[in-house]
Design a protein around this ligand. Structure first.
Ligand code: PLP
Length: 388
């Protein structure tokens, strides 16, 4: 059976070109970038090239890029780094209620350490209202963190507007761009952000590598203490093969982004339209237009998301319910609850995220299989029986 992978927001397959670029750095060019001899310096040069490339992707300067172990570390670094470096100035942080756990849990950690956090609500589409940000600012606010696009329902937030507000108030602004960098245009100056998180494995790069953009002049403490790597902002021997792979993935994204976004938007809309036509008691979660080109998130009444995922898997189709991080927990997604869904609706959610190897044929297959699965599950659903 052909496997149809539709969970690109959870992770992407590493592009074969990326694997090819990484291989020499495991063996021939394996040197430590801090070593003075040539194979160390080769590795150092390779990392610097990637730094320039990642900076170019987001309109930054190369010295403003710090490599990390991924999106989670970049988020932790931004929030804890700014909080502790600016604690004399204030103790208040503003974020949204739909952030990834990497931000939400870091905020909770900081709350247990005398910082206070405002979690802004979102509207029915998952949008943060910039006026809410403005109203939440106090003279103790040191940081605002709002994600560029939500990983579960794909809604793209008004980051540039929030950026203007933050800049006007002289408050640092971080955005988690893990789901957008390499997929839609991201420019740190247009968005007016001071800190921005990226993860390589969401853009066909390897897992375990990412970056934090830190605008020059931003006051934050180093995340890891030890050697002098990353201009003393993040100690530890660099993940050279990972960073090289990240660079190749960014290069490919730069070449293919606009065409790919257009192709995926078409497929996404085919899938949304087809599902809404073929299945009753179904709703689209997230904003109909202000959404990632590859994201389809629906709630299907009277059916459990987990049951749909498992039945799709039997048909060779990989999808998810909520985010990958919460797929093993029974808690309803905090994102779907935040847009006003009931626990039942949140539990009946299904996310398809499309990518480079998704074809029109794959979308056709989902549209053929899912209505049958829903009908089968509803026929034995206690949820439906209690409703009747
Ligand atoms: N932020 C967002 C929006 C994400 O979707 C993810 C991954 O699911 C992360 C952060 C964490 O990134 P990583 O897996 O590289 O730690």
């Amino acid at each position: 059976m052909k496997r149809i992978y539709l969970d690109y927001a959870a992770t992407t397959p590493t592009h074969p070109e990326v694997v090819k670029a990484m291989l020499p750095y495991f063996t021939g060019s394996f040197g430590n970038p801090s070593s003075l001899y040539s194979c160390g310096q080769e590795a150092k040069g390779a990392i610097q090239e990637v730094r320039v490339r990642v900076a170019e992707l987001i309109g930054a300067r190369d010295e403003e890029i710090v490599f990390t172990s991924g999106g989670t570390e970049a988020d932790n670094f931004a929030l804890k780094g700014v909080a502790y470096a600016n604690e004399k100035k204030g103790d208040h942080i503003i974020t949204s209620s739909i952030e990834h756990h990497a931000v939400i849990e870091t905020c909770k950690f900081l709350e247990r350490r005398r910082f206070s956090v405002t979690y802004l609500p979102v509207d029915e589409y998952g949008l943060v209202d910039p006026d809410d940000v403005r109203r939440a600012i106090t003279n103790k606010t040191i940081l605002i963190s709002v994600m560029h696009a939500n990983n579960e329902m794909g809604t793209i937030e008004p980051i540039a507007e929030i950026g203007r507000i933050a800049k006007g108030a002289g408050i640092y602004f971080h955005t988690d761009a893990v789901q957008t960098a390499g997929h839609i245009p991201v420019d740190v100056n247009e968005l007016e952000v001071d800190l921005l998180s990226i993860s390589a494995h969401k853009l066909y790069g390897p897992k375990g590598v990412g970056a934090l953009y830190i605008r020059k002049g931003t006051k934050l403490i180093p995340f890891m203490h030890g050697g002098e790597q990353e201009r003393r902002r993040r100690a530890s021997t660099e993940n050279v093969p990972g960073i090289v792979g990240f660079g190749r993935a960014v290069e490919l994204a730069q070449q293919e982004m606009s065409e790919e976004a257009e192709r995926l938007t078409y497929l996404r809309d085919q899938l949304i339209k087809g599902l809404l036509e073929r299945i009753d008691h179904i709703r689209l979660n997230g904003h109909p237009q202000k959404r990632l080109p590859n994201n389809v998130n629906v709630s299907v009444d009277y059916v459990e998301g987990e049951s749909m995922v498992l039945n799709l898997d039997l048909e060779g189709i990989c999808a998810s319910t909520g985010s990958a991080c919460s797929s093993s927990s029974l808690e309803a997604s905090h994102v779907l609850l935040a847009i006003g869904l009931s626990h039942e609706q949140a539990h009946g959610s299904l996310r398809f995220t499309l990518g480079k190897w998704t074809s029109e044929e794959d979308i056709g297959r989902v549209l053929e299989v899912l209505p049958q699965i829903v009908a089968k599950l509803r026929a034995m659903s206690p949820l439906l029986k209690s409703h009747r």
